[in-house]
Write a protein that binds this ligand. Structure first.
Ligand code: PLP
Length: 406
């Protein structure tokens, strides 16, 4: 099946918006994706038909909302091929998911002098939480540097591993450079050395078929809003045996089995990690997003986005003074670039006036910018509802920017 992009665009009402009277060209998909009508409709359905707090009601609406939430968990379990639905924990997003694992992992496993290897390619959300827990436990975060192209090298990782290494944290896909990391091989190296591993899949699940059992990863996190779902909801996958060992992250309702002033016992998975009223409305709508992309097929999406990436890179390379930052062997549909003599903000602001939305700056990856000695980049990130015609508009827009500053 190939992608019928015109038909797909009909599913996303926001794509019809005009910005300053010009058709919207939305190339900020790595920051957040737009929502298909089915996701928007589902949110309306929850709030108009059965909004009710879940898990503890005896009445119809509470039961309905509970069933829909737990169905969503099952849908997400199948989507990433987790062994059990209770290995899917809902959090606010990838950021909260990483903080959850970092906190609980450190409480259980991290001692003074221990080491956590974190790649230099990480979003701040897969770096700062590890620095924070390392500081608390007097452990050390060790940098796994990337090469000039933006690739992580496995030989470099092997050199960093010591008997003190307790965990490796790495993304599946870099949000800034688009690098697709060889996570299967990285996980193998981790496990050969008895090291646990967390994969940040925030930029991967929307582009690449993820099978957590085939990968054999210990923890995998992602956010719904980057895969056409609502904001404020995301997933932490963890292997049952590993999650069972970890203490809870937050205390409150739902995460307990029994409470007295003398003793508290914790609930079983996944509820042990889901304190308080869960974001059930967004969870239910999130499942619609997963059903929607699954019906199109992640492999079809990947093939179409690869076409957009190749087309975009070829065109943009011909713009005078434009340099693509991040030329990894395998890339997702992200083009980060700078134009000689121009600040990324200026480029972004002029494109905005043409109705073209790109992201500018450090993309929450300051270590990457430091490594390249730049203040930021312009980033165009494509989704399967984007078109080559839109890339042509970006190309023409950039030519105009270059002309203006000449
Ligand atoms: N990890 C990566 C690679 C990201 O790109 C992002 C967001 O841009 C995050 C983590 C954090 O995701 P969220 O802000 O949805 O928690």
């Amino acid at each position: 099946m190939t992608i019928d992009v015109n038909k797909i665009r009909e599913d996303f009402p926001i794509l019809k918006e005009k910005i300053y009277g010009k058709p919207l060209v939305y190339f900020d998909n790595a920051a957040t994706t737009q929502k298909p009508q089915v996701v928007i409709d589902k949110l309306i359905e929850v709030y108009t038909k059965y909004n009710s707090n879940i898990h503890r009601g005896v009445h119809y609406m509470s039961n309905k909302a509970t069933t829909e939430t737990e169905n969503a968990r099952n849908i997400i379990q199948k989507f990433i091929n987790a062994k059990h639905s209770y290995e899917i924990i809902f959090a606010r997003g990838a950021t909260e998911g990483i903080n959850l694992i970092a906190y609980s992992f450190a409480e259980k496993h991290l001692k003074e002098g221990d080491e956590i290897i974190v790649s230099e390619l990480e979003h701040h959300s897969n770096m700062v939480p590890w620095k924070m827990v390392a500081e608390r436990k007097r452990a050390n975060v060790i940098k796994w540097a990337f090469n000039d192209n933006g690739d992580l090298e496995l030989d470099e990782l092997k050199k960093l591993i010591t008997p003190k290494t307790k965990l490796i944290a790495v993304n599946h896909v870099s949000n800034s450079l688009g690098t697709i990391n060889p996570v299967k091989e990285i996980i193998e190296i981790a496990h050969q050395n008895n090291i646990q591993i967390l994969i940040d899949g925030a930029q991967a699940v929307q582009h690449i078929k993820v099978d957590v059992q085939a990968l054999d990863c210990d923890y995998y996190v992602f956010s719904a809003h980057k895969i056409y779902g609502p904001t404020g909801i995301g997933v932490v996958y963890g292997k049952e045996a590993l999650l069972d060992e970890l203490p809870p992250y937050q205390g409150g309702g739902e995460m307990i089995e029994s409470v007295s002033f003398e003793e508290i016992t914790y609930n079983k998975l996944p509820f042990k990690f889901e304190a308080g009223t869960p974001n059930y409305a967004d969870t239910i709508a999130f499942a619609e997003a997963i059903k929607y992309v699954s019906a199109i097929g992640i492999d079809n999406i990947a093939a179409y986005e690869a076409e957009l990436l190749a087309y975009g890179e070829e065109k943009l390379k011909t713009i005078p003074g434009l340099k693509i930052i991040g030329t990894a062997k395998h890339k997702a549909s992200v083009i980060s670039f700078n134009i000689d003599g121009l600040h990324s903000y200026d480029v972004g602001m002029i494109l905005d006036k043409m109705g073209i939305a790109v992201r500018t700056g450090t993309h929450c990856t300051e270590p990457i910018m430091l490594r390249y000695g730049i203040s930021g980049t312009v980033r165009a990130s494509f989704a399967f509802y984007n078109t080559k015609e839109e890339i042509d508009l970006l190309y023409k827009g950039l030519l105009k920017v270059v002309e203006m500053f000449a």
